[in-house]
Design a binder for this molecule. Structure first.
Ligand code: NAD
Ligand code: DAU
Length: 339
């Protein structure tokens, strides 16, 4: 297989590339990444050294039609997995425009170029956030209407609809995956779990939005990567597959667990102004993926969180490097407004 992975220098893309390299050493992997604030070339240094000609990094934008078309042709790409996106909800509230450009127009460009090149399959990596928010009961199914509430989730829903339209109109082989909240190694410390780890270890206040009772369904990143791999290999053309971790937890419980694991006191918790439009609860029904793909999350939240914290403890240089000037500019202004 000759696979184009976009956004491979981000959190999930990095984990996915390492997993594919380990499980399919005969695959040719091409990684197209713009290296935004969230992309880190250093993540893949070990893979680059080990994989030799089986791995190629290309610095570029998924919105660049000439570049994407050239890569598909030059590398005779069989399939594309599109991870590239602006991924942080808070940043989308601050400024939606890069989200629309990359997440909608970039996705459309991938679909158009793949169709013209005759690329056999596109796996579009989407999110449970396209479904909106749940009350205290129920789960999201693939047939749940899309009701995105943030600019981020609206842009992801826009791309999902373009995928659907390209499948219906042109008969293109496209599979959409929608996953719940990931955590694990290489996650950028703007997201809840690594951010709380960073704050706790520094002995700084931990900012919890609103009452902290918002619920997320946490999945260890390796399990999501396995789901995407299964969708790539065995997904039905035109299908949507939900993936989840079967680990629904209120944020406050996650934060307390991180404080316990880092040996810090709960007095560090600060309830701050809520995220505007904050979805109350997500819960994924992934029966379809279990039935058609054999998907099942394999890592419990307790085990996954311990592995994650062990990775951050072992990689203080990685953390220091990604918390650069650009990181601070957004974080300082966002949390100043919420204090
Ligand atoms: P991330 O922000 O860590 O990484 C995104 C990567 O995409 C970065 O390497 C960045 O440089 C790259 N990128 C951004 N714009 C680009 C562009 N125009 N062209 C090329 N590369 C570009 O994101 P993540 O958390 O790894 O998420 C990856 C994908 O999975 C996203 O599509 C996201 O919507 C989806 N997803 C994430 C989660 C989660 O919990 N993190 C859950 C479900 C789905
Ligand atoms: O559900 C899948 C989605 O999960 C992905 O599509 C997104 O790319 C990913 O960023 C993530 O979105 P969330 O908004 O759920 O993740 P985040 O880590 O930003 O927040 C998780 C929860 O924690 C959410 O309810 C908001 C809350 N939170 C977050 C931050 C950063 C806080 O209480 N305080 C914080 O400082």
């Amino acid at each position: 297989m000759r696979l184009l992975v976009t956004g491979g220098c981000g959190f999930i893309g990095t984990n996915f590339l390492y997993a594919m390299r380990a499980r399919h050493p005969d695959w040719r992997l091409v990684n197209l990444d713009k290296l935004t604030y969230a992309g880190n070339l250093g993540n893949l240094r070990a893979l680059e050294a080990e994989a030799g000609r089986q791995y190629t990094f290309v610095h570029g934008d998924i919105c660049d039609r000439g570049l994407v078309a050239r890569l598909l042709e030059e590398h005779q790409i069989d399939a594309v997995v599109n991870f590239a996106a602006e991924s942080h909800v808070d940043r989308s509230i601050d400024d939606p425009s890069p989200f629309v450009v990359t997440n909608v127009l970039g996705a459309q460009n991938i679909l158009d170029c793949a169709r013209r090149a005759g690329t056999s399959r596109v796996v579009h990596v989407s999110t449970d956030e396209v479904y909106g928010s749940l009350g205290p009961t129920g789960q999201f199914h693939e047939s749940t209407p899309l009701q995105p509430n943030s600019p981020y989730s609206a842009s992801k829903a826009g791309a999902d609809l373009l995928c659907r339209a390209c499948h219906e109109t042109y008969g293109q082989d496209i599979v959409i995956t929608r996953c719940s909240n990931n955590y694990g190694p290489y996650q950028f410390p703007e997201k809840l779990i690594p951010l709380m780890y960073v704050k706790a270890t520094a002995g700084e206040p931990l900012p919890v939005y609103g009452d902290g009772r918002n619920v997320r369904d946490w999945i260890f990143v390796d399990d999501h990567c396995r789901g995407v791999e299964l969708a790539l290999l065995n997904g039905r053309p035109g299908a949507v597959y939900n993936f989840g971790g079967a680990a629904e937890l209120p944020n406050i419980k996650v934060v307390r667990t991180i404080l316990r694991l880092t040996g810090r006191d709960e007095s560090l918790i600060r309830h701050v102004a809520d995220r505007p439009g904050h979805d109350r609860r997500y819960a994924m029904n992934f029966d379809l993926a279990a039935r058609e793909l054999g998907f099942a999350p394999g890592v419990s939240f307790a085990e996954g969180l311990e592995r994650t914290i062990a990775w951050y403890r072992a990689n203080p240089d990685w953390l220091a490097e990604v918390q650069s000037g650009a990181y601070r500019t957004f974080m300082d202004s966002w949390y100043k407004e919420r204090a």
